[in-house]
Design a protein around this ligand. Structure first.
Ligand code: BGC
Length: 739
């Protein structure tokens, strides 16, 4: 059966290619009216569309894979594609329509695993790490940096902007996303998208939608109450789209309530187009298209990476469907128009990419190293600091560093988003070396960075394989630093725990010397059964190509930790809504919108470390919380003071409690503020009114119930420092309302 499908795809591949091979005729149109950058995007789309043949429209909707892919009938990427890239859509020179050169993804310019030569680029910390900074400016700056590298590499579409909500802490792709809260995730990922697009390229928000686990991702069915989805997974997308205005949305592999996401009219047309007014284009994930007319008519505009599909659905089969009327000409116009809209709106016509070097200028890479290091420093979360073991004094005499290949580098997440660094893998050859690998360690080793911070100390390393030996070594040290790692990536889910040996290692080292600090390099939350014994815990996530330097700066207090958890760290597996899954087939999200801390609140569970938690070496005092109802929402005000001797950054969080909600409280607003010693600031935060409402399926709108709401100021979902009541009037908010 498989062989047969490949053979079929092969013949259609040839057809699809013939379709797209419209020759670049000599007749360019330099003064074409749609090339006038001053005209509105809608007008430019209308003008060029009027000139296009059906063949040309069909060219725009059909995506090639940018890398040779021998298993698919000897597929060879078009010569014009960027080598080793994710996607390519040919140019239409007659009309000055540029090609689309598409690259993954969220932490920088990736190269496909199958590529013979990899581009060496700067990798940001994981998306979850950036979200953990709660720093919108940092997310924007990181996006601007990776977008600049994409552009300088010859790409004009970046497949970045992962915002799937963390319903399942074992999802292998959580590191690519923005955590468990729709406001935080949507705001941070939206800022990254805006940063990427500031380079006049398109960014893509993904994977739309409810693609919250990797197990069985191609056929699995996410079953969710549509109303609950509006207040959780979809709200994260909605906010990211509002804040980032991405040129494109990528629909996901899974089914949602029975229908594949890329042929799901409710998701693609009702919610995205009709309710949210999205004007860019929907591209499928690679291999997520499952039909021609049903997908096109449901709202899919561009079929990506066609060799991953069973058939090249938007190649010859779409041409045939247009001929028979199964897909109307009007629909084909809408598809091409949406693609052109995303391209015009983001400058693809006006600021075309020109060069596509395999290597970038060293000066650019040096500047970008600072951007990624700052991101890693801003997103690392100090979870525990008993007895103020941190920051370490540079005068410390003996430091024992254990495990996690800390002598070689820092771990990265894998899959299509993997960015290959400029220097070789710090720990080559770990399995799997092929998809979804390789396992990558960026060679900015924490050990070397620690040595740089404490030049007079004796710093020894043990790889941790010999638990007893490591414990013995740690015994008389001033501090033992154990690195706990967990590799995660695309196409698989992970355990909630570090592997057994690491938990045993940490326990043994701590028993020998309680002055132990654990540094975690993980894709998301893990169980921390040893937290009662260790002194310090720093969650460094996957910290990117400058991760070792960032970790040492934090441990020694060169930089004051300021990250806060974007997701709850459970105390045990049985606290999860689905202790025994990720499962295959149907996954019913019975918890609805009660995701993350909302679940813990609703069930009265005490996690190991709550959402929003994060310590600092400084101390902040909060006062004078007030809340006013105005303009149909709530505005809060409070003061914050740095009550310590060192500068630091705080993350004040506003939570709200209302009656009849899915959970006792929701995050309503947040900010990140820098304060020098003794400095005080008064801050004012306004709550997005949709966060005070519930979605009403019958009227397809948001409804705020009139009555009294409790407004809370907190430093985490569990640490509320002040509460004030405020009375709101009832309000209906249109589904298409934007802040
Ligand atoms: C991933 C996408 C990615 C695409 C192109 C897929 O496997 O799910 O996130 O953008 O490949 O590489």
């Amino acid at each position: 059966m498989k062989l047969h499908r490949h053979a079929l795809a092969g013949s259609l591949i040839a057809l699809g290619m013939a379709l797209a091979a419209t020759p670049a005729t000599a007749q360019q149109a330099p003064a074409a009216p749609w090339m006038n950058a001053k005209a509105s995007t809608d007008e430019r789309v209308r003008l060029v569309l009027a000139q296009m043949t059906d063949e040309e429209k069909l060219t725009l909707v059909f995506g090639y894979f940018g890398t040779d892919f021998p298993p698919r009938n000897g597929y060879k990427a078009p010569a014009e594609a960027r080598p080793g890239s994710a996607g390519y859509i040919p140019a239409i020179p007659r009309l000055s329509i540029p090609a689309q050169w598409q690259t993954d993804a969220g932490v920088g310019v990736a190269t496909q695993g199958g590529a013979a030569r990899k581009r060496g680029r700067t990798a940001l910390p994981s998306g979850l790490a950036t979200t953990a900074s709660w720093d919108v400016n940092l997310a924007h700056a990181g996006g601007a940096m990776i977008g600049a590298e994409a552009r300088a590499s010859g790409f004009n579409v970046m497949l970045a902007g992962g915002v799937n909500l963390m319903r399942e802490p074992r999802n292998g792709r959580n590191f690519e996303y923005g955590g468990e809260d729709p406001l935080l995730a949507g705001t941070m990922v939206g800022a990254q998208i805006a940063g990427i697009q500031s380079n006049h390229i398109v960014s893509t928000v993904k994977h739309y939608a409810v693609n919250d686990q990797e197990t069985d991702r191609d056929t699995g069915n996410s079953i969710i109450d549509p109303v609950a989805a509006r207040m959780s997974d979809l709200l994260a997308f909605q906010i990211a789209i509002e804040k980032g205005d991405p040129g494109s949305v990528m629909c996901s592999y899974n089914r949602v309530n029975g229908t594949h996401a890329c042929e799901n009219p409710w998701l693609l047309t009702d919610v995205l187009r009709r309710d949210w007014g999205f004007k860019g284009f929907v591209m499928s994930d690679w291999g997520a298209t499952h039909s021609t007319a049903p997908a096109a008519n449901a709202g899919l505009d561009q079929d990506s990476g066609f060799p991953f599909d069973k058939e090249p659905y938007f190649g010859a089969p779409l041409k045939a469907a247009v001929a028979t009327g199964d897909v109307s000409k009007a629909r084909l116009d809408a598809m091409a128009g949406a693609i052109l809209h995303g391209m015009f709106a983001n400058g693809l016509f006006d600021k075309p990419v020109t060069e596509a070097p395999m290597d970038l200028a060293p000066a650019m890479l040096a500047a970008h190293a600072n951007v990624t290091r700052k991101d890693a420093e801003g997103g690392a979360v100090l979870l525990q600091n008993n007895g103020a073991i941190l920051p370490l004094s540079p005068a410390v005499k003996k430091i024992v560093v254990i495990g996690g290949h800390a002598d070689k580098g820092v771990l990265a997440g894998s899959g299509s988003s993997l960015v290959y660094p400029v220097v070789p893998n710090g720990v080559p050859g770990l399995k799997p070396t092929g998809w979804p690998g390789p396992v990558m360690y960026y060679a900015d080793a924490p050990l070397a960075a620690i040595k740089r911070q404490a030049p007079n100390a004796e710093v020894v390393f043990a790889d941790g394989k010999d638990t007893g030996g490591a414990a013995k070594l740690a015994k008389d040290a001033d501090v033992a630093i154990v690195f706990g790692t967990q590799w995660a990536g695309e196409s698989f889910d992970v355990e909630l725990s570090l592997d057994d040996n690491q938990d045993k290692l940490i326990a043994a080292v701590t028993k020998a010397n309680p002055k132990t600090v654990v540094v975690l390099e993980t894709g998301g939350p893990v169980l921390t059964p040893w937290r009662g014994q260790v002194a310090g815990i720093l969650a460094a996530w996957y910290p990117g190509t400058q991760g070792g330097s960032a970790i040492a700066n934090l441990l020694f207090g060169k930089v004051n930790p300021s990250g806060h958890l974007p997701a709850t760290f459970p105390a045990s597996l049985d606290q999860l809504p689905k202790p025994s899954t990720p499962n295959k087939g149907d996954t019913t999200y019975g918890e609805g919108a009660t995701v993350g801390y909302k679940w813990y609140d609703a069930k009265g569970l005490t996690p190991a470390f709550p959402f929003g938690h994060g310590l600092s070496y400084a101390a902040f005092l909060y006062d004078k919380l007030s809340a006013q109802a105005a303009g149909g929402t709530i505005t809060t005000s409070f003061t914050i003071r740095n009550n310590s001797q060192i500068k630091g950054k705080a993350v004040p969080q506003i939570y709200v409690a209302g009656a009849g909600w899915e959970a006792p409280k929701r995050l309503g607003a947040f900010t990140k503020v820098a304060l020098v010693p003794g400095e005080a600031k008064t801050l004012t935060l306004t709550i997005d009114p949709r966060l005070l409402a519930t979605f009403d399926g019958a009227s397809n709108s948001w409804k705020i119930t009139g009555g009294t709401y409790q407004v809370m100021l907190g430093t985490s979902a569990k640490d509320i420092v002040a509460t004030v009541p405020v009375t709101l009037e009832a309000r209906t908010i249109a589904v298409g309302w934007r802040p």
